[in-house]
Design a protein around this ligand. Structure first.
Ligand SMILES: NC(=O)c1ccc[n+]([C@@H]2O[C@H](COP(=O)([O-])OP(=O)(O)OC[C@H]3O[C@@H](n4cnc5c(N)ncnc54)[C@H](O)[C@@H]3O)[C@@H](O)[C@H]2O)c1
Ligand SMILES: O=c1ccn([C@@H]2O[C@H](COP(=O)(O)OP(=O)(O)O[C@H]3O[C@H](CO)[C@H](O)[C@H](O)[C@H]3O)[C@@H](O)[C@H]2O)c(=O)[nH]1
Length: 316
């Protein structure tokens, strides 16, 4: 298939674009490099520099595209609380421009990067797709609004849409990995200690109602996540919008993650506990039963493998 990958110069988009090229697809990456890196675009993919709003319409007008994988977004929770208008414009506004360009050029198949942040503070775990979606920050609100828009485009315009709600993504794939200039994520931040970029790891809060007092998260390897996108592409059905959680179903506390980083790197990684980070739910664990049952997806890589791959990438 000829595929448009938005945000394909970013962390997850570059990994999935590489997997798509390897699977024999013709991949065109559209990215404005606001966060991504031009050298992260996989070999064998064509790169178009621009925003969705400006560059998606002429690109889709070229013709021949069969589907879109939509990763491009702003995704920092704290920034979204300080500048919600930026998130409504850059996430929902740019997505609407993309969907409209798709509609006009007759491309209706889309796989969208949604997030666990749409659920907010869960009432129970593991979280099911049918659980209430009550985001607690503008990032999650804009992602939920895009999910809702896709459901409308499926109903009104026959789009074949799949929203994948990622939990905590980690790991790398060869030369493709996480290198954000402003890094908020736990695993790459902890690995800055053994790579000499930080003195200690920070633990945001140790008074949560969990076994060791630190937050619990559900980590998924970026390659396992990537494989789900290939399945979702095939499973998209015109007129329907499907939603799937993507996590491993297992929870690890912040302290447990730091311990795995110590085991993998052989570095003592001192950890300093500080206050809670505002807006962090205590426990986020996915039920991925739906995607397992409907698409036959399986988790193949555990947290140790995620940290090993992230560490290998950090050392490059
Ligand atoms: N990393 C995670 O743990 C995680 C978890 C849940 C959901 N997600 C979602 O997955 C997607 C990818 O996440 P990531 O960690 O790879 O992010 P990332 O920031 O590394 O990649 C996003 C890419 O999109 C580009 N971009 C942003 N806005 C654009 C626009 N308007 N036009 C063109 N390009 C634009 C950026 O330059 C960047 O290369 C995002 O939508 C994010 O919200 C990520
Ligand atoms: O240096 C750090 C970084 C993070 N944390 C803690 O580690 C946990 C995980 O934090 P991340 O920032 O790695 O991930 P989040 O769970 O906040 O965010 C993930 O899930 C969100 C949905 O809830 C969004 O989708 C987001 O993009 C995705 O990375 C949190 O308890 C956080 O407080 C630390 O203690 N120290």
């Amino acid at each position: 298939m000829k595929l448009l990958v938005t945000g394909g110069a970013g962390y997850i988009g570059s990994v999935v674009a590489a997997l798509l090229v390897e699977a024999g697809h013709e991949v065109v990456v559209l990215d404005d490099l606001s966060v991504g890196h031009a050298d992260a675009v996989p070999d064998g993919a064509r790169f178009v520099l621009g925003t969705l709003r400006e560059a998606a319409p002429p690109l889709l007008d070229e013709g021949g595209f069969e589907a879109v994988l939509h990763f491009a977004a702003k995704s920092q929770v704290g920034e979204s609380v300080r500048h919600p208008e930026l998130y409504w414009d850059r996430n929902l506004g740019e997505s609407l421009a993309l969907f409209d360009a798709m509609r006009r050029s007759g491309v209706g198949r889309i796989v969208f990067s949604s997030t666990a942040a749409v659920y907010g503070e869960p009432e129970s775990t593991p979280i099911l797709e049918t659980d209430p979606a009550r985001p607690t920050n503008p990032y999650g609100e804009t992602k939920l609004a895009i999910d809702v828009t896709l459901a409308e485009y499926a109903r009104l315009h026959g789009f074949a849409g799949v929203s994948l709600r990622y939990f905590n993504v980690a790991g790398s794939y060869g030369r493709y990995g996480e290198r954000h200039l402003v890094e908020t994520h736990l695993v790459p931040n902890v690995l800055k200690v053994p790579s000499g970029e930080a003195e200690h790891a920070s633990v945001f809060g140790e008074d949560y109602p969990t076994a060791d007092g630190t937050c619990v998260r559900d980590f998924i390897h970026v390659v396992d996540l990537g494989r789900a996108h290939l399945l979702a592409l095939d499973a998209a059905v015109p007129g329907a919008h499907k939603v799937y959680n993507l996590g491993s179903g297992s929870g690890y506390s912040v302290r447990q993650v730091i311990e795995v980083c110590r085991e993998v790197t052989g570095h003592p990684i001192p950890a300093v506990a500080g206050p809670r980070r505002p807006g962090d739910p205590a426990v986020l664990i996915a039920s991925s039963a739906k995607i397992q049952e409907e698409l036959g997806w399986r988790v193949e890589r555990d947290l140790t493998e995620m940290v090993k791959d992230a560490w290998e990438f950090a050392q490059r």
